[in-house]
Design a protein around this ligand. Structure first.
Ligand code: CTP
Length: 425
């Protein structure tokens, strides 16, 4: 893979330059709308697609036009909406529409339209177009939206299984209040989630089959029920790594300290509070993992005593004694599993000075093949970062870029390292 080679070539040489790019730049997306209340979300979805740099061709079924007008979708997509196969200006539209497309996204996709796809029925422009799309080069993403009973019905589930077997990517559904007043599964995913899924579908699947375990964020060490010690880690780098690993096709478990960040799509998140909670969860989940990436800023110490009740002022400030927390990364990396070739461990180092020397020392002390260094105060809470990768053969700088761009490069690097040692998922 080109990027992987690039990373190796630049070891000990010039930094890799990463450009901040719109994630869907130059992508042409066919956005199909079928009949459902969730059509109101498709307007926002279309706007976000354009914002991400995509060009968008909207195709609507007759039923979709009952929920939102083609005029709205035309204004947002900046193109006339395709509605009918019987259009003299666009003969054979059902063929041409997908020939320049990078992906087709049907959002919302009704139960009826899922059934049509499952049977290859082609009696309107959108279903004709889906049947005529080049199946090997144009992915078809389906965002179902329906009442919870329709979603759970065996016929719908059978049809979804069928279209998945036929190569469609069936995205999940949300749970919650439905337009009909019922509560349950079947809501269309939110526009930002659909965008995340679409972007993911264009990323190289370099970690398919792998299970990646990631720690992220700070930990919180309680002093009493209302006070504690924590640090300034926002968790953004770890969450970006989790998203990038999932985009690369891995199953991802994210063990998160107290942060207020949304969970990346498709990532299994486990919230923890203290370093001890994090250690316990990591050791449990490590059994299934093939890659462990420790991005968390784990508190080094915890008070040796946690008061049951709030400590009141008594004229004298309390004296705190600390004990050192177990090093989660070192414990796992130096365990039998960490030493085996079944688990590849990656550490992070947030430093304030002497980044390279500290990162190299830390890599050896923790016993990990790869350590990623960054300047903590410059990165905490920011959307951007700069990294230096340190391994046995040298260093590689990843120049200043968004945390997500850096996370994707890091994942490609990790994938090439695991491939090199014969560790497959
Ligand atoms: N780490 C860990 N458990 C700890 C401390 C650190 O898993 N109790 C992991 C971090 O997630 C990171 C790496 O070890 O991947 C380095 O963490 P860092 O805080 O930079 O280093 P420390 O070992 O704590 O050393 P120091 O604070 O002295 O720099």
């Amino acid at each position: 893979m080109r990027l992987g080679r690039l990373l190796h070539i630049t070891l000990n040489r010039t930094p890799v330059t990463v450009q901040r790019m719109k994630d869907l730049l130059d992508k042409h997306i066919v956005l199909g709308l079928t009949g459902g209340i969730a059509c109101y979300k498709s307007a926002e979805l279309c706007r976000l697609l354009i914002k991400c740099g995509a060009s968008v061709q909207v195709v609507m079924t007759e039923a979709a036009t009952q929920f939102i007008t083609p005029v709205t979708m035309q204004a947002l997509s900046q193109r006339p909406v395709a509605l009918s196969p019987w259009n003299e200006a666009h003969a054979l539209a059902h063929i041409h529409l997908t020939r320049e497309a990078d992906a087709c996204l049907i959002a919302p996709c009704s139960a009826d339209f899922v059934a049509k796809l499952a049977h290859g029925t082609a009696n309107d422009l959108l279903s004709l177009m889906c049947l005529a799309r080049p199946i090997n080069t144009v992915p078809l993403l389906i965002a179902p939206a329906m009442n919870r009973e329709m979603w759970a019905h065996p016929a719908t589930q059978r049809n979804l299984a069928q279209i998945t077997a036929d190569g469609a990517v069936v995205l999940g559904v949300g749970t919650g209040d439905q337009a009909c007043g019922e509560v349950g599964d079947g809501r269309m995913l939110e526009p930002h989630e659909l965008i995340e899924e679409l972007i993911a579908c264009f990323q190289p699947k370099v970690l398919t089959g792998h299970h990646v375990l990631i720690t992220a964020g700070p930990t919180y060490e309680a002093i009493d029920p209302v006070r504690g010690i924590t640090n300034l880690s926002s968790g953004k780098m770890g969450f970006a790594v989790a998203r990038a690993a999932r985009e690369a096709g891995a199953t991802v478990t994210l063990v998160a300290g107290p942060v207020s960040l949304p969970t990346p799509c498709g990532v299994n998140r486990m919230d923890v509070r203290s370093a001890s909670n994090m250690l316990q969860t990591v050791m449990d989940k490590a059994k299934e993992a093939t890659i462990f990436i420790a991005t968390a800023a784990v508190a080094d110490w915890r008070p040796d005593f946690v008061a049951d009740q709030k400590i009141k002022k008594s004229g004298q400030p309390p004296v705190l004694h600390f004990i050192e927390n177990t090093d989660i990364l070192a414990t796992l990396a130096q365990s039998e599993r960490g030493q085996s070739r079944d688990l590849f461990c990656v550490g992070f180092a947030a430093e304030t000075q002497d980044l390279l020397a500290n990162a190299q020392e830390k890599r050896l002390r923790k016993g990990v093949p790869l350590l990623v260094g960054n300047i903590g105060p410059a990165a905490f809470g920011q959307d951007d970062n700069a990294l230096v990768l340190v391994d046995e053969s040298g260093t590689c700088e990843l120049a200043h870029a968004s945390k997500l761009s850096l996370a994707r490069l890091l994942i490609v690097h990790i994938a090439s390292r695991t491939r090199a040692i014969g560790l497959s998922g």
